[in-house]
Design a protein around this ligand. Structure first.
Ligand SMILES: [Zn+2]
Length: 195
């Protein structure tokens, strides 16, 4: 059984009974739709990076890894759907999974943005000492201050920090980290200052 690549209806002849497209036109339509949704997905991922940059969650690194995995899974899925469509194989199920992933980065971006922008909780100030710092160039351009943890567990916290602040701190500096608890319960870093 073959299904129309455009509407998913069962097809017995070259022209689909349901939408009236030929198999070539249906393939073209599927490709165009895949491309549009992929663009929406990529822009959503950029929106997530922007939200994470503006209201950096304390656990931003974990979120970045998660969204990175979703990003590569989704793009591999899109390529797979396209390959199968070229061979006129069944694509309906894969296509649905792919389309289901499209809103995910947008939802996470909105969550992070609302979590910070609409947060009216009082700041929590934690004393800490800088024990290290690192910066990774590239698209993410992530900079982190590694400071002693205030949880009392002898651990460390990796604080997302912007470029101008990054240069102000050195190892051994005593700092004050300003954390907000977040509207959605995701703690985020409002700033770091010297003590
Ligand atoms: Zn059709």
């Amino acid at each position: 059984m073959t299904r129309c690549l455009n509407c998913g209806a069962e097809r017995t002849a070259d022209t689909c009974d349901s939408c009236g497209l030929t198999s070539a036109a249906a393939e073209f339509s599927l490709r165009r739709r895949l491309l549009t949704r992929t663009a929406i997905f990529v822009v959503g991922s950029l929106a997530f990076l922007a939200a994470g940059n503006h209201y950096p969650a304390l656990e931003l690194d974990g979120m970045l890894i998660f969204i990175g995995v979703v990003f590569f899974l989704a793009l591999s899925l899109a390529i797979w759907v396209e390959r199968r469509a070229l061979r006129h194989a069944e694509v309906e199920a894969l296509k649905r999974i792919y389309y289901g992933l499209i809103p995910l980065p947008w939802l996470l971006a909105a969550l992070l943005f609302a979590n910070g922008a609409l947060d009216r909780s009082p700041p929590l100030i934690y004393p800490a000492r800088v024990v290290g710092k690192f910066s990774m160039p590239g698209l993410l351009g992530s900079r982190r201050l590694v400071v002693t943890s205030w949880g009392g567990d002898q651990g460390y916290e990796r604080i997302p920090i912007n470029g101008s602040d990054f240069d102000r701190f050195r190892r051994g500096d005593l700092v004050r980290v300003e954390i907000h608890s977040g509207l959605a319960g995701i703690p985020w870093v409002a700033g770091v200052s010297h003590r």
